[in-house]
Design a protein around this ligand. Structure first.
Ligand code: ATP
Ligand code: MG
Length: 414
Protein backbone atom coordinates (compact mmCIF):
# COMPACT_ATOMS: atom_id res chain seq x y z
CA UNK A 1 0.00 0.00 0.00
CA UNK A 2 1.28 3.45 -0.85
CA UNK A 3 1.79 5.74 2.09
CA UNK A 4 0.80 9.39 2.07
CA UNK A 5 3.02 11.72 4.05
CA UNK A 6 2.92 15.42 4.81
CA UNK A 7 5.73 17.81 5.73
CA UNK A 8 5.66 21.37 6.99
CA UNK A 9 8.79 23.51 6.77
CA UNK A 10 8.34 26.66 8.84
CA UNK A 11 11.16 28.74 7.38
CA UNK A 12 12.13 32.36 7.90
CA UNK A 13 11.18 33.31 4.35
CA UNK A 14 8.50 30.79 3.47
CA UNK A 15 6.21 28.20 5.00
CA UNK A 16 5.89 25.16 2.78
CA UNK A 17 3.56 22.20 3.17
CA UNK A 18 3.96 19.20 0.86
CA UNK A 19 1.61 16.22 0.52
CA UNK A 20 3.22 13.24 -1.22
CA UNK A 21 2.70 9.58 -1.80
CA UNK A 22 5.63 7.23 -1.37
CA UNK A 23 6.54 4.81 -4.15
CA UNK A 24 9.44 3.49 -2.11
CA UNK A 25 12.13 4.95 0.15
CA UNK A 26 13.69 6.90 -2.69
CA UNK A 27 10.73 8.05 -4.75
CA UNK A 28 7.88 10.37 -3.93
CA UNK A 29 4.87 11.40 -5.97
CA UNK A 30 4.03 15.00 -4.99
CA UNK A 31 0.25 15.47 -4.70
CA UNK A 32 0.16 19.05 -3.50
CA UNK A 33 2.35 21.95 -2.40
CA UNK A 34 1.20 24.88 -0.25
CA UNK A 35 3.62 27.76 -0.28
CA UNK A 36 3.15 31.03 1.57
CA UNK A 37 5.27 33.88 2.85
CA UNK A 38 6.46 33.25 6.38
CA UNK A 39 5.33 35.47 9.26
CA UNK A 40 6.20 35.53 12.94
CA UNK A 41 9.47 33.61 12.44
CA UNK A 42 12.89 35.09 13.06
CA UNK A 43 16.17 33.20 12.57
CA UNK A 44 14.29 29.91 12.51
CA UNK A 45 12.40 30.57 15.77
CA UNK A 46 8.75 31.52 16.24
CA UNK A 47 8.52 35.00 17.75
CA UNK A 48 4.82 35.71 17.15
CA UNK A 49 2.49 32.73 17.53
CA UNK A 50 -0.62 34.33 15.96
CA UNK A 51 1.28 35.37 12.83
CA UNK A 52 3.00 32.01 12.57
CA UNK A 53 -0.29 30.12 12.99
CA UNK A 54 -1.93 32.14 10.25
CA UNK A 55 0.96 31.52 7.82
CA UNK A 56 1.09 27.81 8.66
CA UNK A 57 -2.70 27.50 8.28
CA UNK A 58 -2.60 29.23 4.88
CA UNK A 59 0.13 26.91 3.67
CA UNK A 60 -1.77 23.83 4.91
CA UNK A 61 -5.03 24.96 3.25
CA UNK A 62 -3.28 25.54 -0.07
CA UNK A 63 -1.70 22.08 0.02
CA UNK A 64 -5.04 20.50 0.95
CA UNK A 65 -6.85 22.25 -1.87
CA UNK A 66 -4.27 21.21 -4.44
CA UNK A 67 -3.98 17.59 -3.31
CA UNK A 68 -7.58 16.97 -2.26
CA UNK A 69 -6.07 15.34 0.85
CA UNK A 70 -7.11 16.23 4.39
CA UNK A 71 -4.02 16.87 6.46
CA UNK A 72 -4.19 15.50 10.02
CA UNK A 73 -0.52 14.95 10.84
CA UNK A 74 2.80 16.14 9.47
CA UNK A 75 6.57 15.92 9.85
CA UNK A 76 7.84 19.30 10.97
CA UNK A 77 11.33 20.77 10.80
CA UNK A 78 13.00 22.45 13.76
CA UNK A 79 15.88 24.93 13.51
CA UNK A 80 17.32 28.03 15.09
CA UNK A 81 20.23 29.14 17.20
CA UNK A 82 18.78 27.46 20.28
CA UNK A 83 19.63 24.07 18.79
CA UNK A 84 22.86 22.51 20.01
CA UNK A 85 24.50 19.18 19.35
CA UNK A 86 27.20 17.01 20.82
CA UNK A 87 28.65 13.54 20.40
CA UNK A 88 28.45 11.20 23.36
CA UNK A 89 29.68 7.66 23.92
CA UNK A 90 27.92 4.97 25.97
CA UNK A 91 29.50 1.75 27.24
CA UNK A 92 27.90 -1.42 28.64
CA UNK A 93 28.88 -5.01 29.36
CA UNK A 94 27.05 -7.48 27.13
CA UNK A 95 24.35 -9.17 29.22
CA UNK A 96 23.75 -12.39 27.31
CA UNK A 97 25.31 -15.45 29.01
CA UNK A 98 26.89 -16.48 25.70
CA UNK A 99 28.02 -12.95 24.99
CA UNK A 100 25.77 -12.46 21.97
CA UNK A 101 24.72 -8.82 21.57
CA UNK A 102 20.94 -8.26 21.63
CA UNK A 103 18.81 -5.18 20.90
CA UNK A 104 18.47 -4.88 24.69
CA UNK A 105 22.23 -4.31 25.04
CA UNK A 106 22.15 -1.76 22.23
CA UNK A 107 19.32 0.03 24.03
CA UNK A 108 21.29 0.12 27.28
CA UNK A 109 24.39 1.43 25.49
CA UNK A 110 22.43 4.25 23.85
CA UNK A 111 20.82 5.02 27.20
CA UNK A 112 24.27 5.21 28.78
CA UNK A 113 25.35 7.65 26.05
CA UNK A 114 22.42 9.84 26.95
CA UNK A 115 23.46 10.05 30.58
CA UNK A 116 24.82 13.55 30.13
CA UNK A 117 23.72 16.64 31.96
CA UNK A 118 21.03 18.41 29.96
CA UNK A 119 19.85 21.68 31.52
CA UNK A 120 16.16 21.71 32.46
CA UNK A 121 15.31 24.37 29.87
CA UNK A 122 16.63 22.10 27.11
CA UNK A 123 15.07 19.05 25.52
CA UNK A 124 16.48 16.18 23.46
CA UNK A 125 15.32 16.38 19.84
CA UNK A 126 17.39 13.49 18.44
CA UNK A 127 19.62 10.75 19.80
CA UNK A 128 21.22 9.22 16.74
CA UNK A 129 23.46 6.17 17.07
CA UNK A 130 26.37 6.78 14.70
CA UNK A 131 28.52 3.67 15.07
CA UNK A 132 29.25 0.86 17.50
CA UNK A 133 32.46 -0.52 18.95
CA UNK A 134 32.58 -4.16 20.07
CA UNK A 135 35.54 -5.17 22.26
CA UNK A 136 37.53 -2.28 20.81
CA UNK A 137 36.68 -3.00 17.15
CA UNK A 138 35.44 0.26 15.69
CA UNK A 139 33.11 1.22 12.86
CA UNK A 140 30.42 -1.43 13.36
CA UNK A 141 27.05 -0.33 11.97
CA UNK A 142 24.88 -3.09 13.44
CA UNK A 143 26.23 -5.06 16.39
CA UNK A 144 23.11 -7.20 17.05
CA UNK A 145 23.99 -10.90 16.79
CA UNK A 146 27.74 -10.29 17.14
CA UNK A 147 29.72 -11.83 20.00
CA UNK A 148 31.53 -9.64 22.47
CA UNK A 149 32.00 -8.61 26.09
CA UNK A 150 31.95 -4.87 25.82
CA UNK A 151 29.62 -2.78 23.66
CA UNK A 152 30.17 0.92 23.03
CA UNK A 153 28.00 3.25 21.00
CA UNK A 154 28.81 6.66 19.58
CA UNK A 155 25.75 8.88 19.41
CA UNK A 156 24.95 12.33 18.11
CA UNK A 157 22.62 14.12 20.47
CA UNK A 158 20.65 17.19 19.36
CA UNK A 159 18.97 19.37 21.97
CA UNK A 160 16.84 22.49 21.71
CA UNK A 161 15.24 24.99 24.06
CA UNK A 162 11.97 23.68 25.46
CA UNK A 163 10.17 27.00 24.92
CA UNK A 164 11.20 27.33 21.27
CA UNK A 165 10.14 23.76 20.57
CA UNK A 166 6.90 24.19 22.46
CA UNK A 167 6.02 27.33 20.49
CA UNK A 168 6.60 25.49 17.21
CA UNK A 169 4.44 22.55 18.31
CA UNK A 170 1.75 24.90 19.57
CA UNK A 171 1.67 26.86 16.29
CA UNK A 172 1.32 23.76 14.11
CA UNK A 173 -1.37 22.34 16.40
CA UNK A 174 -3.32 25.59 16.41
CA UNK A 175 -3.26 25.41 12.62
CA UNK A 176 -5.11 22.10 13.07
CA UNK A 177 -2.38 19.53 12.51
CA UNK A 178 -0.76 17.02 14.89
CA UNK A 179 2.96 16.36 14.67
CA UNK A 180 4.30 13.01 13.46
CA UNK A 181 7.80 13.99 14.48
CA UNK A 182 10.08 17.01 14.81
CA UNK A 183 13.25 16.77 12.76
CA UNK A 184 16.27 19.04 12.79
CA UNK A 185 16.13 20.93 9.47
CA UNK A 186 19.65 20.16 8.17
CA UNK A 187 19.14 16.45 8.92
CA UNK A 188 15.97 16.62 6.83
CA UNK A 189 17.71 18.52 4.00
CA UNK A 190 20.43 15.87 4.03
CA UNK A 191 17.86 13.15 3.39
CA UNK A 192 16.78 14.95 0.22
CA UNK A 193 20.07 16.00 -1.37
CA UNK A 194 22.81 13.66 -0.12
CA UNK A 195 23.51 10.10 -1.22
CA UNK A 196 24.61 7.33 1.18
CA UNK A 197 27.99 7.47 -0.62
CA UNK A 198 28.34 11.17 0.25
CA UNK A 199 27.77 10.37 3.92
CA UNK A 200 30.23 7.46 3.79
CA UNK A 201 32.96 9.50 2.11
CA UNK A 202 32.47 12.56 4.31
CA UNK A 203 30.37 15.58 3.36
CA UNK A 204 29.19 18.91 4.73
CA UNK A 205 25.60 19.88 4.01
CA UNK A 206 25.01 23.64 4.05
CA UNK A 207 21.41 24.86 3.80
CA UNK A 208 21.48 28.61 3.17
CA UNK A 209 18.00 29.96 3.91
CA UNK A 210 16.54 33.38 4.64
CA UNK A 211 18.31 34.40 7.84
CA UNK A 212 20.01 31.19 8.89
CA UNK A 213 22.52 28.78 7.42
CA UNK A 214 22.24 25.22 8.72
CA UNK A 215 25.36 23.08 8.70
CA UNK A 216 25.49 19.29 9.07
CA UNK A 217 28.69 17.26 8.74
CA UNK A 218 28.42 13.54 7.96
CA UNK A 219 31.29 11.04 8.16
CA UNK A 220 31.42 7.24 7.91
CA UNK A 221 27.76 7.16 7.02
CA UNK A 222 26.58 9.01 10.14
CA UNK A 223 25.98 12.54 11.42
CA UNK A 224 28.96 14.03 13.25
CA UNK A 225 28.17 17.71 13.78
CA UNK A 226 25.17 20.03 13.38
CA UNK A 227 24.90 23.75 13.92
CA UNK A 228 23.13 26.90 12.83
CA UNK A 229 24.88 30.09 11.65
CA UNK A 230 22.71 33.23 11.92
CA UNK A 231 23.28 34.57 8.38
CA UNK A 232 21.39 33.84 5.18
CA UNK A 233 20.00 35.22 1.94
CA UNK A 234 18.35 38.22 3.64
CA UNK A 235 21.78 39.56 4.60
CA UNK A 236 22.69 39.97 0.91
CA UNK A 237 19.52 41.97 0.39
CA UNK A 238 20.12 44.11 3.47
CA UNK A 239 23.67 44.88 2.30
CA UNK A 240 22.28 46.20 -0.99
CA UNK A 241 19.78 48.40 0.90
CA UNK A 242 22.54 49.70 3.13
CA UNK A 243 25.13 50.46 0.44
CA UNK A 244 22.93 51.52 -2.47
CA UNK A 245 20.07 53.11 -0.49
CA UNK A 246 17.36 51.25 -2.37
CA UNK A 247 14.00 50.13 -0.96
CA UNK A 248 14.04 46.55 0.34
CA UNK A 249 11.94 45.06 -2.48
CA UNK A 250 14.17 46.73 -5.10
CA UNK A 251 17.24 45.28 -3.40
CA UNK A 252 15.69 41.79 -3.41
CA UNK A 253 14.80 42.22 -7.10
CA UNK A 254 18.35 43.36 -7.99
CA UNK A 255 19.80 40.38 -6.13
CA UNK A 256 17.56 37.84 -7.86
CA UNK A 257 17.85 39.36 -11.33
CA UNK A 258 21.48 40.53 -11.51
CA UNK A 259 23.14 38.95 -8.47
CA UNK A 260 26.38 37.00 -8.59
CA UNK A 261 28.76 35.84 -5.86
CA UNK A 262 31.81 36.68 -7.98
CA UNK A 263 32.14 40.27 -9.19
CA UNK A 264 33.99 39.47 -12.36
CA UNK A 265 35.17 42.71 -13.96
CA UNK A 266 35.68 40.91 -17.29
CA UNK A 267 32.09 39.79 -17.44
CA UNK A 268 30.52 43.23 -17.02
CA UNK A 269 31.16 46.40 -18.95
CA UNK A 270 31.51 49.90 -17.56
CA UNK A 271 28.25 50.82 -19.15
CA UNK A 272 26.38 47.94 -17.50
CA UNK A 273 24.20 50.19 -15.42
CA UNK A 274 20.87 49.29 -13.89
CA UNK A 275 18.13 51.84 -13.43
CA UNK A 276 16.67 51.52 -9.92
CA UNK A 277 14.62 53.25 -7.21
CA UNK A 278 16.20 55.16 -4.39
CA UNK A 279 14.85 55.63 -0.89
CA UNK A 280 13.50 59.02 -2.01
CA UNK A 281 10.13 58.56 -3.72
CA UNK A 282 10.28 59.41 -7.42
CA UNK A 283 14.07 59.67 -7.49
CA UNK A 284 16.01 57.16 -9.61
CA UNK A 285 19.64 56.05 -9.66
CA UNK A 286 22.00 54.19 -11.98
CA UNK A 287 23.65 51.25 -10.28
CA UNK A 288 26.81 49.66 -11.66
CA UNK A 289 26.59 45.89 -12.01
CA UNK A 290 30.21 45.65 -10.94
CA UNK A 291 29.42 47.39 -7.64
CA UNK A 292 26.36 45.20 -7.08
CA UNK A 293 28.57 42.14 -7.61
CA UNK A 294 31.17 43.46 -5.17
CA UNK A 295 28.57 43.96 -2.45
CA UNK A 296 27.31 40.41 -2.87
CA UNK A 297 30.79 38.92 -3.14
CA UNK A 298 31.87 40.53 0.13
CA UNK A 299 28.94 38.93 1.96
CA UNK A 300 29.37 35.59 0.17
CA UNK A 301 33.04 35.47 1.19
CA UNK A 302 32.12 36.19 4.78
CA UNK A 303 29.59 33.34 4.70
CA UNK A 304 32.13 30.91 3.26
CA UNK A 305 34.52 31.89 6.07
CA UNK A 306 31.84 31.30 8.71
CA UNK A 307 31.01 27.92 7.17
CA UNK A 308 34.70 26.99 7.16
CA UNK A 309 35.04 28.02 10.81
CA UNK A 310 32.09 25.81 11.64
CA UNK A 311 33.71 22.84 9.87
CA UNK A 312 36.85 23.42 11.93
CA UNK A 313 34.84 23.81 15.11
CA UNK A 314 33.23 20.40 14.50
CA UNK A 315 36.51 18.85 15.59
CA UNK A 316 36.56 16.56 12.57
CA UNK A 317 39.94 16.73 10.91
CA UNK A 318 39.71 13.86 8.44
CA UNK A 319 39.05 13.98 4.72
CA UNK A 320 35.69 15.15 3.45
CA UNK A 321 35.90 13.47 0.08
CA UNK A 322 32.44 14.50 -1.05
CA UNK A 323 33.21 18.08 -0.07
CA UNK A 324 30.36 20.52 0.46
CA UNK A 325 26.79 20.33 -0.81
CA UNK A 326 24.97 23.66 -0.69
CA UNK A 327 21.21 23.92 -0.78
CA UNK A 328 18.42 26.27 0.37
CA UNK A 329 17.19 29.35 -1.54
CA UNK A 330 20.37 31.42 -1.29
CA UNK A 331 22.47 28.54 -2.67
CA UNK A 332 20.95 29.59 -6.01
CA UNK A 333 22.94 32.82 -6.06
CA UNK A 334 24.92 32.37 -9.30
CA UNK A 335 28.57 31.35 -8.81
CA UNK A 336 28.24 30.88 -5.03
CA UNK A 337 29.36 27.27 -5.50
CA UNK A 338 32.32 28.43 -7.60
CA UNK A 339 33.40 30.99 -4.99
CA UNK A 340 33.26 28.37 -2.25
CA UNK A 341 35.25 25.90 -4.34
CA UNK A 342 37.92 28.54 -5.03
CA UNK A 343 38.16 29.66 -1.41
CA UNK A 344 38.16 26.25 0.26
CA UNK A 345 39.75 24.03 -2.37
CA UNK A 346 37.08 21.38 -1.81
CA UNK A 347 34.49 19.90 -4.16
CA UNK A 348 31.27 21.95 -3.95
CA UNK A 349 27.97 21.14 -5.63
CA UNK A 350 24.42 22.47 -5.45
CA UNK A 351 22.05 19.97 -3.83
CA UNK A 352 18.58 19.54 -5.26
CA UNK A 353 15.91 17.19 -3.94
CA UNK A 354 15.79 13.97 -5.96
CA UNK A 355 13.32 11.16 -6.64
CA UNK A 356 10.26 13.36 -7.19
CA UNK A 357 7.41 12.94 -9.63
CA UNK A 358 3.90 14.40 -9.89
CA UNK A 359 3.71 18.11 -9.11
CA UNK A 360 7.47 18.13 -8.85
CA UNK A 361 8.49 21.05 -11.08
CA UNK A 362 9.23 23.51 -8.30
CA UNK A 363 9.93 21.10 -5.45
CA UNK A 364 13.07 19.68 -7.02
CA UNK A 365 14.95 22.95 -6.45
CA UNK A 366 17.21 23.94 -3.51
CA UNK A 367 14.65 25.96 -1.45
CA UNK A 368 12.61 22.76 -1.01
CA UNK A 369 15.42 20.57 0.32
CA UNK A 370 14.07 20.71 3.88
CA UNK A 371 10.41 20.14 2.93
CA UNK A 372 11.21 17.16 0.72
CA UNK A 373 13.79 15.86 3.20
CA UNK A 374 11.20 15.84 5.99
CA UNK A 375 9.10 13.48 3.85
CA UNK A 376 12.07 11.18 3.21
CA UNK A 377 12.90 11.22 6.90
CA UNK A 378 9.36 10.16 7.75
CA UNK A 379 9.52 7.45 5.13
CA UNK A 380 12.90 6.08 6.18
CA UNK A 381 12.81 6.49 9.94
CA UNK A 382 9.10 6.44 10.83
CA UNK A 383 7.71 7.89 14.01
CA UNK A 384 5.35 5.46 15.66
CA UNK A 385 6.24 6.46 19.22
CA UNK A 386 7.37 10.00 18.68
CA UNK A 387 7.31 11.92 21.95
CA UNK A 388 5.91 14.90 20.08
CA UNK A 389 2.87 13.15 18.69
CA UNK A 390 -0.42 14.42 20.08
CA UNK A 391 1.43 16.75 22.42
CA UNK A 392 -1.04 18.76 24.48
CA UNK A 393 -0.95 22.51 24.57
CA UNK A 394 -0.27 22.59 28.27
CA UNK A 395 2.93 20.68 28.48
CA UNK A 396 3.72 18.35 25.70
CA UNK A 397 4.35 15.06 27.37
CA UNK A 398 8.08 14.65 27.66
CA UNK A 399 8.55 10.99 26.79
CA UNK A 400 10.76 8.89 29.00
CA UNK A 401 14.26 8.25 27.77
CA UNK A 402 13.34 4.63 27.38
CA UNK A 403 10.37 5.40 25.12
CA UNK A 404 12.56 7.56 22.93
CA UNK A 405 15.18 4.85 22.79
CA UNK A 406 12.71 2.21 21.77
CA UNK A 407 11.63 4.55 19.03
CA UNK A 408 15.15 5.18 17.83
CA UNK A 409 16.19 1.58 18.00
CA UNK A 410 13.31 0.52 15.84
CA UNK A 411 14.33 3.12 13.35
CA UNK A 412 17.98 2.26 13.17
CA UNK A 413 17.99 -1.49 13.58
CA UNK A 414 16.85 -3.97 10.96
N1 ATP B 1 18.12 32.83 -7.34
C1 ATP B 1 18.44 33.29 -6.15
N2 ATP B 1 19.59 33.98 -5.97
C2 ATP B 1 19.93 34.45 -4.76
N3 ATP B 1 19.21 34.29 -3.64
C3 ATP B 1 18.04 33.63 -3.75
C4 ATP B 1 17.60 33.09 -4.99
N4 ATP B 1 16.41 32.47 -4.79
C5 ATP B 1 16.12 32.63 -3.48
N5 ATP B 1 17.09 33.32 -2.86
C6 ATP B 1 17.14 33.72 -1.45
O1 ATP B 1 16.95 32.61 -0.63
C7 ATP B 1 16.40 33.01 0.63
C8 ATP B 1 15.28 32.09 1.02
O2 ATP B 1 15.75 30.79 1.09
P1 ATP B 1 14.84 29.60 1.66
O3 ATP B 1 13.57 29.55 0.90
O4 ATP B 1 15.67 28.37 1.68
O5 ATP B 1 14.57 30.17 3.13
P2 ATP B 1 13.75 29.61 4.38
O6 ATP B 1 13.79 28.12 4.36
O7 ATP B 1 12.43 30.25 4.43
O8 ATP B 1 14.62 30.20 5.56
P3 ATP B 1 15.37 29.51 6.82
O9 ATP B 1 15.78 28.14 6.38
O10 ATP B 1 16.54 30.43 7.08
O11 ATP B 1 14.41 29.53 7.93
C9 ATP B 1 15.93 34.43 0.44
O12 ATP B 1 16.82 35.32 1.09
C10 ATP B 1 15.98 34.64 -1.07
O13 ATP B 1 16.27 35.97 -1.43
MG1 MG C 1 14.93 26.63 5.27
Amino acid sequence: MRRTLVSIDVGTTKVCTIVAQAHDEHRLNVLGVGLTQSKGVDKGVIVNIDDAVSAIATSIEKAERLSGYRIDTAYVGVAGRHVASLNSRGVVAVSHPEQEITPYDVGRAVEAAQAIAIPTQREVVHIIPRAYIVDGHEGIRDPVGMSGFRLEVETHIVTGEVMAIQNLIKSVQRAGVEIDDLILQPLASGEAVLTPEDKDRGVVLVDIGGTTTDVALFVQGGIWHTSVIPVGGAHFTNDIVYVLHTPHNTAEYLKLKYGTAIADADAVHDDDLIDADTLVVGERQQISRQLLGEILQARAEQMVELIYEEIQRSGYDGLLQSGIVITGGAAQLPRFDELMRDMLGMPVRIGKPTGLSGLAESTDTPPYATSVGLLYWGLRHGQSESPYRGAGQNGWGRASIYDRLKNWLREFLP
